[in-house]
Design a protein around this ligand. Structure first.
Ligand code: PLP
Length: 309
């Protein structure tokens, strides 16, 4: 894993409402199929190595890109890895298969026992080894910091090409990625641009609450003046994680056929679809729009069943 990789930005063929569309390719980060979890994991890795931990504990669903990246990282560092996963709706996916291939232990428990299971496991491990806990999705200041870096890369691109992005759209789950981008925006005082998180599951109240908390945690100050920067849109969740429809499948097909980029129904396809709907609904025209591709490539192959029917 390279430390501090920068990812490219390039134009898309998308033309909805005469806007100019660009994409930032965090899906191309060169570790374990890339994505925002790989960018975040690089930050955790520095801390894990510095603290000389010998086992990693984290949690996530069977679709989790985070768990795949962490299991791969643990294996490459020669560390043990324990993944706590809610047993409800657990389905074998390419991510879960790879997690097993990397030698991680998957511990399935009822969703309301996840947190006590983690506490008990860490308590037990502390007697025998040096466990390191990573919150689900790479949530926390390291994850936020990874996306302050990404924001600064976007700034560099703007300076180099002498223009600005009016909007940045992305798939928002735990909100850490979005919180990092917003911290970058606040630190750079770039208040002319809008960052819009398309929720993949959470409702607006919960989503915005967690993002605000993450920003406060990272900046260590009162952020009441910046609450207008937090835009978490829950209109395109289709009532939950992993829920999708034919419109999303069609968008995924269109982007793959036109631009050769594989999105997925759980995150990036849903967010891209949400972005286009948002743009139409709000009559956004003639703007420069950046879509952050947060990755999740293995999920595309799980989606193939729906794409070729
Ligand atoms: C986890 C994930 C997200 C959401 O990122 P958060 O920082 O949790 O909001 C978006 N896209 C993909 C592909 C992901 O794996």
């Amino acid at each position: 894993m390279n430390t501090m990789q920068k990812t490219i930005i390039h134009k898309l063929s998308e033309k909805t409402n005469r806007n100019y569309f660009y994409i930032k390719r965090d899906d191309l980060i060169d570790f374990s199929f890339g994505g925002n979890k790989a960018r975040k994991a690089e930050k955790f890795k520095e801390d894990i190595v510095a603290k000389k931990a010998d086992a990693i504990v984290t949690y996530g669903s069977s679709e989790s890109n985070h768990c795949r990246v962490i299991a791969n990282m643990a294996r490459s560092l020669g560390l043990k890895c324990y993944i706590i996963s809610p047993e409800e709706k657990y389905e074998e996916t390419y991510n879960s298969k790879m997690i097993r291939m990397f030698g991680a232990r998957i511990i399935k428990v009822p969703i309301d026992e996840v947190s006590t299971t983690i506490d008990n496991l860490l308590e037990r491990f502390k007697k025998e080894c040096k466990p390191y806990f990573i919150p689900g999705g790479g949530h926390g200041n390291f994850g936020t910091d990874a996306y302050v870096d990404a924001y600064n890369e976007i700034k560099e691109y703007e300076v180099e090409h002498d223009f600005t992005f009016d909007y940045i759209f992305l798939a928002s789950g735990t909100g850490t990625t979005q919180a990092g981008l917003i911290c970058g925006q606040i630190l750079n005082k770039d208040f002319d641009r809008k960052i819009i998180g398309i929720s993949i599951a959470r409702n607006k109240e919960k989503g915005e609450g967690v993002i605000i908390e993450s920003i406060r945690d990272y900046l260590c100050k009162d952020i009441n003046d910046y609450l207008h920067c937090v835009n978490f849109n829950d209109e395109y969740t289709l009532s939950g994680y992993n829920k999708h429809n034919d419109k999303i499948l069609n968008v995924i097909k269109k982007v793959l056929l036109k631009d050769g980029i594989a999105l997925n129904t759980t995150y990036t396809g849903k967010a891209y679809y949400g972005m286009l709907e948002y743009i139409k609904k709000n009559n956004i025209m003639d703007k420069n729009i950046l879509f952050l591709n947060t990755g999740g490539l293995p999920l595309f192959f799980d989606d193939m069943k729906g794409l070729i029917k």
